[in-house]
Design a protein around this ligand. Structure first.
Ligand SMILES: *Cc1c(COP(=O)(O)O)cnc(C)c1O
Length: 358
C-alpha cells in the first residue's frame, strides 16, 4: 500500500553526533542527546551511540521505556516534568529526571523508596522563558528544605530551559544564574549539587563563543545533532549534515493553475484566513501526503526551483514552475525535514519510516 516515506540516514546522524559530542567534551560539557523529536527510534539512538554519545533524554516515559527495552543499558534523563501519577514509572524507567514541583517530587520520592532506590533529580530554574521551573529566590527557599525532607530523591543538579515557550535566547547572565544558585544551595542547605544543565540547541552558541559560564557541564540537545539547525537562534550549524532526515511523497496531480483562489474566500481548513499572493499561472504539483503525515511548514523541497506553497490534511502543494519541466506524475518529491516534520512523521500511523546507512 502507498505511504509517504521518512528516510533516515543514520550515517549522517552518527557524523553529526560525533562532531557535537567531541566539541562539547573538549569544553568539559556532557552532551545529553534529546530523542523526543524522532520518537526515540532505536536505529537513530544506535547511530548516536556510534558517534560517542552515552547520555540520553526524552520527554516521554513511553519513549524511554521502548528505547531501553530495545537497547538495554541506556542512561536516560526524563525531561518533561512528570505528572504525579507517573511517579512509579519515572523511578522504574528514568535514571534521573527534571523536576519543579514539590507535590511531584514527594510522589517520586515515595515511589523510589518503595522500589528500593534513590532517584536523582535536577531542579528546574525558570530564568525568564516562563515554561517550567522555580521562579525567584523566595520560591527556591521554599522548595529547598522540602526536597531535603524527601528521602527517596537526591538533588544532584540544577537545570534551565529557554527558547521553548518564551523564545528567550540563552545568555551569559541567564545561564550563570545556575552557578550562583548551586553555590547558594550547597552552602545554605548542604546539598551536593554538581550537574548544571542547560539547553537546548540554542545554548550551543555560548559554548561556541567561549562565553558559557564555568560550571555548566551538561547540554541537552536534539535539533543540532539531527538537523544541523538552531531554529531559535535562526541559523544552520556549519559543518553539520542538514539532510539526515528526508520526507518523500508521490506526485498525484500536475497542473497549471492561477495562484489566487477563485470565488469568495471564507476560512481555510484550519479556520485561518491566509493571504494568496498573485504570481500568475503556475505549474503546481500535488503530493500524496498532508498534515496527517507531516508538519508541512518544516519541509523544504530538495529539487532546485521547487517551492512549498501549502498543505491540507492529505495533500502537499508544491510550486514546480521553475523546475524546468522535470517533474512527472508518479515521481517522488523529496523534502529536507526540520524538527516538527520528523516529530509528526515518526508519530503518524501513515508514514513508512525507512533507515538508510550512508
Ligand atoms: C526538547 C528539549 C530540549 C532539546 O531541545 P533542542 O532544541 O531539540 O536541542 C532540551 N531540554 C528540554 C527540557 C526539552 O524539552
Amino acid at each position: 500500500m502507498y505511504a509517504p516515506i521518512l528516510e533516515i540516514d543514520t550515517k549522517k546522524v552518527t557524523e553529526n553526533a560525533k562532531k557535537l559530542h567531541d566539541f562539547c567534551a573538549q569544553r568539559g560539557v556532557e552532551l545529553t542527546f534529546v530523542t523526543k523529536g524522532f520518537s526515540a527510534r532505536p536505529e537513530v539512538i544506535r547511530a548516536a551511540l556510534a558517534g560517542g554519545i552515552t547520555s540520553f533524554a526524552d520527554s516521554r516515559l513511553k519513549n524511554i521505556r521502548a528505547a531501553k527495552q530495545a537497547i538495554p543499558g541506556l542512561k536516560y534523563l526524563l525531561i518533561r516534568i512528570p505528572a504525579i501519577m507517573e511517579a512509579e514509572d519515572v523511578v522504574r524507567w528514568a535514571d534521573w529526571s527534571l523536576q519543579s514541583q514539590i507535590e511531584v517530587i514527594r510522589a517520586v520520592s515515595e515511589a523510589a523508596l518503595r522500589q528500593g532506590k534513590i532517584h536523582p533529580i535536577i531542579l528546574m530554574i525558570d530564568v525568564g522563558d516562563l515554561r517550567e521551573g522555580v521562579f525567584g529566590r523566595a520560591q527556591l527557599d521554599e522548595i529547598a528544605p522540602q526536597i531535603k525532607d524527601c528521602a527517596g530523591v537526591e538533588l544532584v543538579g540544577l537545570g534551565t530551559n529557554v527558547g521553548c515557550y518564551g523564545s528567550v535566547l540563552p545568555s551569559v547572565e541567564n545561564t550563570a544564574v545556575l552557578v550562583e544558585l548551586r553555590d547558594y544551595l550547597n552552602k545554605k542547605y548542604g546539598f551536593s549539587i554538581s550537574v548544571l544543565s542547560a539547553g537546548g540547541t540554542c545554548a550551543l552558541k555560548l559554548l561556541e563563543d567561549g562565553s558559557m559560564p564555568a560550571g555548566i557541564n551538561q547540554l541537552r540537545v536534539g535539533e543540532a545533532v539531527l538537523y544541523g539547525e538552531d531554529t531559535t537562534g535562526n541559523r544552520f550549524l556549519e559543518g553539520y549534515h542538514q539532510d539526515a532526515f528526508r520526507f518523500k511523497a508521490q506526485v498525484v496531480e500536475l497542473r497549471r493553475k492561477p495562484s489566487v483562489p477563485i470565488g469568495e474566500l471564507g476560512r481555510d481548513g484550519k479556520g485561518d484566513t491566509p493571504e494568496y499572493p498573485d504570481r500568475g499561472v503556475r505549474l503546481r504539483a500535488i503530493c500524496a501526503a498532508g498534515k496527517q503525515d507531516v508538519a508541512w511548514a518544516a519541509l523544504t523541497p530538495m529539487l532546485p526551483g521547487a517551492e512549498m506553497i501549502g498543505a491540507s490534511s492529505d495533500h502537499l502543494i508544491v510550486d514546480v514552475e521553475d523546475c524546468g519541466g522535470q517533474v512527472q506524475v508518479g515521481d517522488w518529491l523529496t523534502f529536507r525535514c526540520g524538527y516538527m516534520a520528523v516529530l509528526d512523521a515518526t508519530t503518524s500511523a501513515y508514514v513508512d519510516v525507512q533507515i538508510r546507512e550512508g
